[in-house]
Write a protein that binds this ligand. Structure first.
Ligand code: PLP
Length: 385
């Protein structure tokens, strides 16, 4: 049976070139990047080269990049770190209702444990945040705005530049979770006015458990974990040298290929959507029709449950998901689709197809042959039809 992986927003396979770059740093070049001897220096040199590659990609200097264990830690460090360092300045944070749990739960934490007030902005039917509402929510005690770059479930891209401008004008730090955007969309922290930016390597064919946080010079932040002076006292813990090397390689490849890759991904997602629309009625695209990640296609199949679809797709070797991997297993409707006011009877049958490196037109054609009969069969059995 063919295996068609369409769940790249959950994670991606590590590319061969990335793995090759990482391998020596598990064995021959095993030094601790904090050690002063030659082995340590070799590791340190490679880490600093990686930091430069990532810094350059997002238009900043390498010293502003802090390596972390992934997107979740980067979001935690950005939000908790800024909240704890700026308590006397204010205790109000603005975010959106469609963030990843790494942001939503961290905001809840600062509400419950640090006495913050958090404004969660609504979005429109495409998942885009309303800039006027954002403007109206800014208060004297607002210290941070955290709005994701691109949504992991529906792919909608937020008006980052406008938010950056607004934050700067009001002297508020701007954090964006760019975990799904790195390698898929151009990111220039200067041009976009971003003060803190979260990344994760495993979403762009790099290793799992590896991430970074960009912290603009001058941002008042305190580390959230104790235990050493690593990363200029911003993140304690021995550096994951192979992970860092792999992350930089993945960023290098994704950035170089970005335009070509996006063009191809757009073609594939369009082919799948058009093909399904031709064969099935009552299917709806979720997310913005244009301002969307090229690889992400979130479709609601009315009258059926997303979980049944996933199981039936799985039996045919098609791997997709109902939404975020972090919320899978929960029977609650997606908070993203609910915020976009997708009615529950429609959102319950939603599937996220997320494409990536290696997917082909043949993959799409296989899906177009296998998916419609599954949908028709499940609809025939559905009491909702
Ligand atoms: N933020 C977004 C938007 C994500 O999609 C994810 C992963 O799904 C994360 C944060 C968490 O990243 P990580 O898996 O590296 O902790």
């Amino acid at each position: 049976m063919r295996h068609i992986y369409l769940d790249h927003n959950a994670t991606t396979p590590v590319r061969k070139e990335v793995l090759d770059a990482m391998m020596p740093y598990f064995s021959e070049e095993y030094g601790n990047a904090s050690s002063v001897h030659l082995k340590g220096q070799h590791a340190r040199k490679k880490v600093e080269e990686a930091r430069e590659i990532i810094g350059e990609t997002i238009g900043t200097e390498s010293v502003d990049i802090v390596f972390t264990s992934g997107g979740t830690e980067s979001d935690n460090l950005a939000i908790k770190g800024v909240a704890m360092a700026n308590l006397e300045k204010g205790r109000h944070v603005i975010t959106t209702a469609v963030e990843h749990l790494a942001v939503l739960d961290t905001c809840r934490f600062i509400e419950e444990e640090l006495g913050f007030e958090v404004t969660r902005l609504p979005v429109d039917k495409y998942g885009v945040v309303d800039l006027e509402r954002l403007k109206g929510s800014i208060r004297k005690d607002t210290i941070l705005i955290s709005v994701m770059f691109a949504n992991n479930e529906v792919g909608t891209i937020q008006p980052i530049k406008e938010i950056g401008r607004l934050a700067k004008k009001n002297g508020i730090y701007f954090h964006t979770d760019a975990v799904q955007a790195l390698g898929k969309e151009p990111i220039d922290v200067e041009e976009l006015g971003i003060d803190l930016c979260s990344f994760s390597a495993h979403k762009l064919n790099g290793p799992k458990g590896m991430g970074a946080l960009y912290i603009r010079k001058g941002v008042k932040i305190i580390p959230i974990q104790s235990g050493g002076y690593h990363e200029r006292k911003r993140r304690a813990g021995t550096l994951n040298v192979p992970g860092i090397v792999g992350f930089a390689k993945a960023v290098e490849i994704a950035t170089k290929d970005m335009q070509k890759q996006n063009k191809n991904l757009k073609k594939l997602t369009k082919r799948l959507l058009n093909g399904l629309q031709k064969q099935l009625n009552e299917i709806y695209l979720n997310g913005h029709p244009e301002l969307r990640l090229s690889n992400t296609l979130n479709i609601s199949f009315r009258y059926i449950e997303g979980e049944s679809l996933i199981l039936n797709f799985d039996m045919k070797g098609i791997f997709a998901s109902t939404g975020s991997a972090c919320t899978s297993g929960s029977l609650e409707p997606s908070h993203v689709l609910t915020s976009m006011k997708v009615p529950p009877e429609v959102s319950q049958g939603s599937i996220r197809f997320s494409f990536g490196h290696g997917n082909t037109e043949q993959d799409v054609d296989y899906c177009l042959a296998e998916i419609p009969p599954i949908v028709k069969r499940l609809r025939d059995m559905s009491p909702l039809c």
